[in-house]
Design a binder for this molecule. Structure first.
Ligand SMILES: [Zn+2]
Length: 412
C-alpha cells in the first residue's frame, strides 16, 4: 500500500461530505456561505500541520507557506474548494469501493444508475484500485476535493519532513472556480510565487498547458411595444428578431455539439425576455486568438444584418474577454511545463498533454503573470452523479507534486 493511500482516501471522503457548491447567480464573494466551511477547515488543518502565514483573504482564498529548505523558484500548488453548480451537491455520501473488481458499479440511492467500464474505458483500467463514488443522488465533488486532498497531503508530508530539499512553497485553496470567479485580481501578488500548478485535471499523466481562449457575449434586442389591439404597422416584436439571430447563426457547424479537437464554437447559453426586450447570452471559444475574434465578428455581423432588416429596433452586441489560452505565455518560458514533465518521467508515468476544451484557474493566473499549468488528480465524469476517482491515481498525483518540489530545489 502506498504510504499516502489512507490519508488521501480519508481526506477525500471528509472533504466531499462538506457541501461547498458555487452559485452562478450569487453576487457574493465567495458566491455561497457554505464554501466557508471548506475554507475554514483548510485554515484549521494547515495551522494544525504547522504551515506558516496561514491566511484567509478577504476574497476567500486560503493561502499558506511551506518553508523552503533549499534555494529555488517559489512554487505554488492550488486546488479549488467549490463544487459545480450543475448537479445536486447537498448531502454527498462518499463511498469507497475497495479493490474494484472490474464490474458494473451500482448506487444505493438510485437503483437505475450504473457506472459501467464498457461506457467508461478509463474505469476498466482501474481494476484493483479503491474507487470513490457518491451514492446516486449527488455529484461526488472530486472536482476538486481530490485536488484539495492531494495538495494537503503533500503539504503535510513536506512540513513533517524538512530534510526533503525543496524551495519555498505556497499552497492556495480558491473558491468559485466552477463559476469562473476563482482568481481575484489580488491573488497573483498575495500568492507571491514564480510559477504554480493547479491540481484540477483528470486522467493519470495529464499536464495541461493549453486551454481555450474564451469570450462572453450579450446581445440585447429592444423592439417597439404597443398594445396589440392597435399595433398594426407599429409594434416591433423583439422575440421574432432574437429568433432570427439564433436562426442565422451556424447550427450544424461551430456549435459545441458539432465540434471537437481544436475547433472552436459559438454557444447560445441563454435567451430570455419578452416581445418588448430580449437578452441573449453566448460563450465564444477557440484555441487561437484570431479565430476567437472571427467568431465575435461573425456574431456582430449577424446582429447587424438582422438590425438592418428593422431600423425601428435596437440591437446591441457586447463581447467581453473571459480568459486566454495559457500557451501564449507558457510557450515563451516552458520551465513549469518542463519541470512537471521531468517529474512525471522520474515517476514512470506516461504524459498526456492534450489541449483542454475549457479553462482553469490557471488560465487566468497565467495571463496575470503567474504561469500555471494544470495537473491530473484522477477525477472522472465530473459535475454529475457518475463522478468517481481512484485513490491510486491520487497517490500518483501526490507523488508528482512532491517530485516537482524536489526537482525545483535541484535546478537552482
Ligand atoms: Zn475543477
Amino acid at each position: 500500500m502506498h504510504p499516502f493511500h489512507d490519508e488521501l482516501k480519508k481526506r477525500l471522503v471528509r472533504y466531499c461530505a462538506i457541501d461547498s457548491q458555487a452559485d452562478m447567480d450569487s453576487r457574493m464573494a465567495p458566491s455561497t456561505e457554505c464554501q466557508h466551511d471548506m475554507l475554514d477547515l483548510m485554515v484549521t488543518e494547515l495551522t494544525g500541520m504547522g504551515a506558516q502565514d496561514v491566511t484567509k483573504t478577504a476574497y476567500g482564498t486560503v493561502i499558506a507557506t511551506i518553508p523552503g529548505t533549499a534555494p529555488g523558484p517559489t512554487l505554488g500548488f492550488l486546488a479549488h474548494v467549490d463544487t459545480a453548480p450543475q448537479f445536486n451537491a447537498t448531502g454527498v455520501k462518499p463511498r469507497v469501493i475497495e479493490g474494484y473488481n472490474g464490474g458494473v458499479i451500482t448506487y444505493p440511492d438510485d437503483p437505475d444508475l450504473l457506472l459501467s467500464p464498457d461506457d467508461f474505458p478509463y474505469l476498466a483500467d482501474k481494476v484493483g484500485d479503491d474507487i470513490v463514488t457518491a451514492s446516486g443522488l449527488t455529484l461526488l465533488g472530486a472536482d476538486d476535493k481530490a485536488g484539495v486532498a492531494i495538495v494537503m497531503t503533500a503539504a503535510r508530508h513536506l512540513l513533517q519532513n524538512p530534510q526533503i530539499k525543496r524551495p519555498t512553497i505556497r499552497v492556495a485553496f480558491t473558491p468559485d472556480e466552477e463559476i469562473g470567479r476563482g482568481v481575484d485580481p489580488k491573488l497573483p501578488v498575495d500568492l507571491g510565487v514564480d510559477f504554480a500548478y493547479t491540481f484540477d485535471g483528470g486522467d493519470l499523466g495529464e499536464v495541461t498547458y493549453e486551454t481555450f481562449s474564451a469570450d462572453f457575449a450579450v446581445v440585447t434586442v429592444t423592439g417597439v411595444s404597443i398594445h396589440p389591439g392597435w399595433a398594426k404597422g407599429k409594434l416591433v416584436n423583439a422575440i421574432h428578431l432574437a429568433s432570427k439571430i439564433i436562426d442565422t447563426l451556424p447550427q450544424v457547424t461551430m456549435t459545441p455539439e458539432t465540434t471537437d479537437g481544436t475547433q472552436g464554437f459559438i454557444h447560445a447559453v441563454d435567451m430570455k425576455g419578452s416581445a418588448d426586450h430580449m437578452e441573449l447570452r453566448f460563450i465564444l471559444r477557440d484555441f487561437e486568438r484570431d479565430a476567437l475574434d472571427a467568431k465575435g465578428a461573425l456574431l456582430r455581423q449577424v446582429c447587424d444584418t438582422i438590425a438592418a432588416t428593422e431600423p425601428r429596433a435596437q440591437i446591441t452586441c457586447t463581447i467581453t474577454p473571459q480568459y486566454r489560452n495559457m500557451r501564449y505565455w507558457l510557450e515563451n518560458d516552458m520551465t513549469p511545463v518542463t519541470l512537471a514533465r521531468e517529474a512525471l518521467a522520474d515517476l514512470n508515468i506516461p504524459e498526456i498533454s492534450a489541449p483542454i476544451r475549457g479553462g482553469t484557474d490557471g488560465s487566468r493566473l497565467t495571463e496575470m503573470g503567474v504561469p500555471c499549468p494544470n495537473l491530473f488528480t484522477g477525477m472522472q465524469n465530473v459535475h454529475g452523479p457518475l463522478e468517481w476517482v481512484s485513490v491510486q491515481d491520487m497517490t500518483k498525483a501526490t507523488d508528482l507534486c512532491l517530485r516537482i518540489a524536489e526537482r525545483a530545489a535541484q535546478t537552482d
